[in-house]
Design a protein around this ligand. Sequence first.
Ligand code: ZN
Length: 359
Amino acid sequence: MQAFDLLINYDVISPLINEGFDRLPHALLFAGPGGVGKRALAEHLAAALLCEAVTPQHHACGECVACRWMAAGTHPDFRRISLDDAGSEDSPGGEGGGEKVAEKSGDKAKKQKSRSIGIDQIRALEEFVFVGSHRNARRVILLDEAELMTIPAANSLLKILEEPPSNVYFILISNHQKSLLPTLRSRSRVVLFSHPDHATATQWLKEAGLGDKAARYLNRAGGAPLRVMQWKTDDQLAAIDALIESLASSDTTTDPITLASRWEGLLKAKGENPFLMENLVEGIQCWLFDLALEQATGEVRYHAGWPRPREVKQLNSFALLSAWREINAYRRSARHPLNPLLFLESLAIHYLRALKPAT
Ligand SMILES: [Zn+2]
């Protein structure tokens, strides 16, 4: 089991739960950067709210019927709304307005996945919310990536929150809370999360099996330890290492075709959770960001502790920033490039152009 304090940081919500669950606001909004424990805490709180033998410190007991149902994902008084269960009924331009993309995972093409949480998902809650509970009278709804709700979906949720039934608790999670409807934000109690202290998070990652590389991965993840754990679980660390190595060892003499084929190799690696084009583009962006930052200030944000190219000071800040901007535009089409190899070659050309020394 991982360190309790970092994953399940009750300190963040203690002002709310110290008065007892019955005084808890009907809607909580867990807001803050990704990978810092919002979802883990939301799940833990949901289990505690439904637990039938909750501890004096307001943790779920882990043993009662309700806890066992929660662990099995079958508690009748719990609902999770997320992109994963977004149906494909929402048609673009329709009521839900969900944009859809075909995502490929490994060899098998996955079903079309919606990029938004549609009104049908919220409407489906109405019966759950307004009908009595099955067990201890409480019902909990966890709404992941709440900012991805379409406007009709958010309005529909707002209607429920305007007259919330008693004993119903919504926990909204958002990495981009500013994208939420302001009326929805004002109906919720906002709980702000931030990056944990670097030393604590590094120690935690070390103990979770990252060893001596804990600090450098934490830096690469922008200080979000759970993002690093996700990479580890998804077997992405080797690809991240290899991408950074390919970037650090390139210079103006590097052939873009060779670089692109190196990157293609990373994307072709087999596994449950392959390294995707969007991960690659994001990695290149972080790298360019740091080259520009180091060129200007001598410091880096994402790559402290990683191998650095030798002559950063001689790079051209204008070229770096313009490549960063161009590659930013690539991020949008990274999910479904028409011709992946051509896409990679074009990325490589932009990247190598950024390495031209200042004249
Ligand atoms: Zn329990």
